[in-house]
Design a protein. Structure first.
Length: 371
């Protein structure tokens, strides 16, 4: 009698519980793969937004940053391409940047966007102060872009807002029939558009700061010139103790004082070599003992306009003093010459002009509303 051995059961895999079918592992595997894909997608989105933030902090050239905007918007939404359109202050629409895969489709997209922006600019009219002032104009641009891209393209546009004014539009599109503009994708496009607005605002502030630095430098130069035009020291006038000080409210102002020798022809340093030293010494001695014009004035207002008028007044007065007229006649002539310029500038100058003669110790003066 022979015994027939019973068949041994097939071994179960170590990771499969007894009694479970192999087909039951397929949904679990698909779920794991979906979670892994979602994790990779989120990681890529974070990397792209981080790169855009780094560019925003690092780039000093706005155009370099704008080149990245359609690329980042396309990558974070897993779309086919993106386009950046900016609005100029004069109402024109400018097609700024485009990102898409090279090929026939990219050329068609570029041509369609260029035509749409031209049509939108023409529709806004030549008298449009700003394209972004009305929502109807931006809606018209969206319609034009969607029309020329075609009905098979899934398009989404987000506004670029700077100081509550729309200065451009960011468009992202996909030709995939299964593509959907989910709320999360729309939110990502708006986030990139907001980053773009920050970059534009930053560039405007940089330009204004550079202009401010330039004006500050010009003011420093103007203040230095004005300081050099003032007397460096008070002259030694026999019989008088003279002291003067001028402190303007700002770096450049219209306050003015001066000491002018009234009865000699001044000799410059370049002329000293043409005359004997004894003659030059005698002339300087006559200057110290001769008559002196003492002037105090003020120009209406402050800042650069007042400083310009003060410089003009100083030059005209010094030229008039050489005619050796009386103080009253000098101010009459000065008023006659400067009246038209002062009237056009809507400003006025008050002036006290006097002449002191050390020999007679007489001070002659004329006052033009300066108190």
């Amino acid at each position: 009698m022979t015994a027939v051995p019973l068949p041994r059961p097939s071994p179960q895999p170590a990771d499969r519980p007894p009694g479970r079918n192999s087909t039951d592992a397929t949904p679990v595997f698909a779920l794991k793969e979906l979670v892994a894909r979602l994790h990779r997608y989120q990681h890529n989105v974070q990397d792209m937004l981080g790169s855009l933030g780094f560019a925003l902090r690092s780039f000093n050239n706005l155009n370099q940053f704008l080149e990245l905007v359609p690329l980042v918007a396309t990558r974070v939404t897993d779309a086919d391409g993106g386009a950046l359109v900016l609005f100029k202050p004069n109402g024109q629409v400018r097609f700024q940047q485009l990102h898409c895969q090279e090929g026939r489709q990219c050329q068609d997209m570029r041509k369609a966007l260029e035509i749409a922006t031209r049509q939108a600019t023409a529709g806004a009219g030549a008298n449009a102060a700003s394209f972004s002032e009305t929502s109807g104009q931006t809606s018209s641009l969206d319609l034009q872009v969607g029309r020329y891209l075609g009905p098979d393209v899934h398009l989404f546009g987000a506004p670029i807002l700077v100081k509550n004014l729309e200065c451009g539009r960011l468009y992202v599109f996909s030709s995939d029939p299964q593509y959907l503009w989910t709320p999360s994708r729309q939110k990502l496009v708006r986030l990139v558009a907001d980053q773009t607005a920050v970059a534009i605002c930053k560039d405007e502030l940089t330009v204004k700061l550079a202009e401010k630095d330039r004006l500050d430098r010009e003011l420093e130069i103007g203040a230095e010139i004005q300081l050099r035009l003032q007397p460096r020291s008070c002259p030694k006038i026999p019989g008088l103790d003279v002291a003067a000080r001028c402190q303007t409210a700002s770096r450049v102002g219209g306050d003015y004082y001066d000491f002018i020798p009234a009865d000699y022809d001044p000799i410059g340093k370049e002329d000293e070599g043409e005359h004997p030293p004894s003659l030059i010494k005698n002339l300087k001695s006559k200057i110290d003992k001769g008559r002196w014009s003492i002037v105090i004035g003020d120009v209406m207002g402050k800042g650069v306009p007042a400083g310009l008028l003060m410089t003009m007044t100083r030059g005209m007065l010094r030229a008039e003093v050489l005619n050796r007229h009386s103080p009253a006649r000098i101010l009459q002539h000065l008023n006659r010459v400067m009246h038209a310029d002062l009237e056009n500038s809507h400003r006025f100058v008050t002036l006290f002009y006097s002449e002191y003669d050390p020999k007679t110790r007489v001070l002659s003066y004329s006052n033009a509303a300066h108190h």
